[in-house]
Design a protein around this ligand. Structure first.
Ligand code: IFM
Length: 452
């Protein structure tokens, strides 16, 4: 599919639409021990041999902690005027609770002021996976108390930043935090237990609802929501067994989180599949979890095609998604599935305002004469922005699109081996080089701002 011309693409969006770029604290900041920051579960996990490719850690990452003024100046130069970032809980509360670390607060004070000074609008995520290790030592998200500690941290952030930051996201991808972290063990804290993952997911969602209620109680006029990573699922055939397999995968990947947040209930299929839910997933928490949000954030990367397979232990299915068109992560690409997903959300969950809070692709970039010709990434982004425009034309209330990610950074268990940035990071020199996609996206945003 050809890359669509920036002005033609931009013309398809309403003037209120927010285009931006996204990032997360542990992936870019570095300065892991500076100014009183506490240890996070990702410090512990990445320093454990064998957990992250190449033994990489976020100790230095993009050194954004020291270079944010230059990074924001580059954003401004490229015309990116909406920026989704996350705050690191261990900078506020090194032990997750107790005494506030003033130097951590001061850092984000300076950072937010710098952003606003550059005319860039911040959207702040409170939790993008860097749980204070001290809380993990007390059980992490499987301990109900962590939800109340999160509420206290969120309350402090809202009090201090609620005037300057108009958009907050409570959690980023609770599916990853609980399933990758507590069931598959490939993310921090690296546990492998189904019941623990279920309970962790419930407490994360509880903490989300508590934070939303706290935001309202403080009387802020901005907006608050949650970001879920969603993966549309298709059955390989019309066969009823394959259709049922697709439903199971959809419950596992999507409805486990969508239903409690937007409907105040867990999918009944979960109980059929698991026998019963753990007692710690208290039914009386569901009205809190379903606290009304102002929007739903969606992180979208790929899709899945599945068929029934009795031999598979977890969900009795096999992933048969075509592998002929994949990114460097091996994630299959089909942009029309984003349009399907956005329409499905409207159909099944009502007309809640939606944001694509992440979308992007990793490719093995090479610098040639100071340029990075990342044509595959440009095509990926162009097709997906077009899918957003199609969904809006279908009547979906989509309000924004945030590209993942501004610059190459620490890609969790893949360390620095995967590059998702539209700006190239030279990890030896910390030089930033805008890739061709960054320049193309700058043109889209320029056309968007100046269109008739
Ligand atoms: O890098 C991650 C991000 O932290 C969360 N969403 C998916 C991205 C790519 O894997």
């Amino acid at each position: 599919m050809p890359v669509i011309q920036p002005d033609l693409l931009a013309a398809r969006f309403p003037s209120t639409f927010r285009f931006g770029v996204a990032s997360a604290s542990y992936q870019i900041e570095g300065a892991a021990t500076e100014d009183g920051r506490g240890v996070s579960i990702w410090d512990t996990f990445s320093r454990t041999p064998g957990k992250v490719i190449g033994g990489d850690t976020g100790d230095t990452a993009c050194d954004h902690y020291h270079r944010y003024p230059q990074d924001f100046a580059l954003m401004k130069k490229l015309g990116y005027d909406n920026y989704r970032l996350s705050f690191a809980w261990p900078r506020f509360y090194p032990d997750g609770k107790g005494k506030l670390n003033q130097k951590g607060v001061d850092f984000y004070d300076r950072l937010i002021d710098e952003l606003l000074g550059q005319g860039i609008n911040p959207l702040v995520t409170l939790y993008h996976w860097d749980l204070p290790q001290a809380l993990e030592d007390e059980g992490g998200w499987k301990n109900r108390d962590t939800a109340y500690r999160f509420e206290a941290y969120a309350a402090e952030v809202f009090r201090r930043f609620g005037d300057r930051v108009q958009s907050f996201i409570t959690h980023n991808e609770p599916w990853c935090a609980s399933v990758l972290g507590y069931l598959f063990g490939v993310h921090a804290p690296g546990l492998q237990d189904m019941e623990t993952a279920l309970v962790a997911s419930h407490h994360i969602l509880l903490s989300h609802g508590l934070a939303v209620n706290e935001y309202r109680a403080q009387g802020h006029t901005g907006q608050i929501g949650i970001t879920l990573n969603l993966n549309p699922v298709y059955a390989a055939t019309d066969d009823t067994l394959d259709q049922a397999a697709a439903t199971r995968q959809d419950v596992f990947s999507n409805r486990w989180f969508l239903d409690p947040v937007l409907k105040g209930e867990y999918p009944k299929e979960m109980e059929q599949w698991l026998g019963s839910l753990p007692a710690a997933m208290r039914a009386e928490d569901l009205p809190i979890i379903a606290a009304k949000t102002d929007f739903l954030g969606i992180n979208f990367y790929s899709y899945a095609v599945v068929k029934h397979d009795q031999e598979d232990k977890l969900l009795q299915l096999q992933n048969v998604t075509p592998q002929d068109h994949v990114t460097d992560m091996g994630w299959p690409i089909k942009a029309s599935t984003l349009r399907d997903l956005l329409n499905r959300l409207k159909r099944d969950y009502g007309d809640i305002p939606l944001y694509v809070t992440e979308n992007g692709a990793a490719y093995p970039d090479v610098v040639e004469d100071g340029r990075i010709h990342d044509t595959e990434r440009t095509a990926y982004v162009s097709e997906h922005i077009e899918a957003c425009a199609d969904a809006i034309a279908d009547g979906v209330d989509l309000r924004g699109y945030f590209l993942w990610t501004f610059m190459d950074n620490f890609e969790w268990a893949f360390g620095y081996s995967k590059r998702f940035g539209i700006v190239y990071t030279d990890y030896d020199t910390q030089e930033r080089i805008p890739k061709d996609t960054a320049l193309w996206y700058a043109d889209v945003l320029k056309s968007f701002r100046t269109r008739a």
